[in-house]
Design a protein around this ligand. Sequence first.
Ligand SMILES: NC(=O)c1ccc[n+]([C@@H]2O[C@H](COP(=O)([O-])OP(=O)(O)OC[C@H]3O[C@@H](n4cnc5c(N)ncnc54)[C@H](OP(=O)(O)O)[C@@H]3O)[C@@H](O)[C@H]2O)c1
Length: 258
Amino acid sequence: MFSRLKNKVVLITGGSNGIGRACALAYAEAGARLMLGARRPEPLAETAAEIREKFGVEVETRTLDVRDGASVEAFVGATVERFGRIDILINNAGLAVGMDKLADGLDDDWARMIETNVVGALRVVRAVVRVMLTQPEGGDVVSLGSLAGHIAYEGGGVYCATKHALRAITEALRQETLGKNIRVGSIDPGMVETEFSRVRFKGDADRAKSVYRGMTPLTAEDIAECIVFMTGRPAHVCIEKIIINPTDQAGLKVHRRE
Ligand SMILES: NC(=O)c1ccc[n+]([C@@H]2O[C@H](COP(=O)([O-])OP(=O)(O)OC[C@H]3O[C@@H](n4cnc5c(N)ncnc54)[C@H](OP(=O)(O)O)[C@@H]3O)[C@@H](O)[C@H]2O)c1
């Protein structure tokens, strides 16, 4: 599997933290070349330095805000300029903001989620797929969906709406690129312990920690391992979707806790 990923050019949005960072390390271990983007330059630089030291592969970073169309175009353009192609897109940048019920929702929270998870993800897909369509070998597009893209829950209406939208985008893209050697898939996790909850609760670390109290959540590395498996299949095999939960989770609000 690893030999198929060697020297592939992998572009990761949100490559500085959590799942994106774990993907960067996993692809580097497989010998791939990397372009990582996120808004904050320091964690990006730290991730790249760790990768160079541990795996010695080529890795570039660039600040990226998927909510800004020019930033996305510059990021994808810089990848092609540096590596000449893009083989794998990990369409990962995303976030939840707040847990208010819809009647109490804040415009700013809604806008951040929709602008990042839907419009931003769309911009990234458009820019990268245009490159892949020029490559006879096509490429892989893997988006970070969520269990929230299949089921809705109280306090998560807008986040769930964005992940339902991403599922529709993924399905449409798979049909639109049929016959172009472009494999389109998603991984749809339940609870993964990253900075996700800290961002959702606007920096409240105690509240974020309490989300995983008494249970064993997934790790970012668990997700990265699955994504590397998906994209490491032979060219005629397309894994469309992986739904993955902690063993301690059986639904969005169904957990085994000690
Ligand atoms: N953790 C979970 O339980 C879970 C479950 C299902 C799905 N997911 C999905 O998995 C993806 C990754 O989440 P995570 O858990 O790894 O969270 P995380 O640890 O908070 O990482 C999110 C990453 O996205 C980047 N990012 C956020 N907004 C961005 C923007 N506007 N432009 C560019 N980069 C941006 C962040 O860096 P900067 O802040 O520096 O930009 C960071 O690198 C998200 O799409 C999330 O919805 C997570």
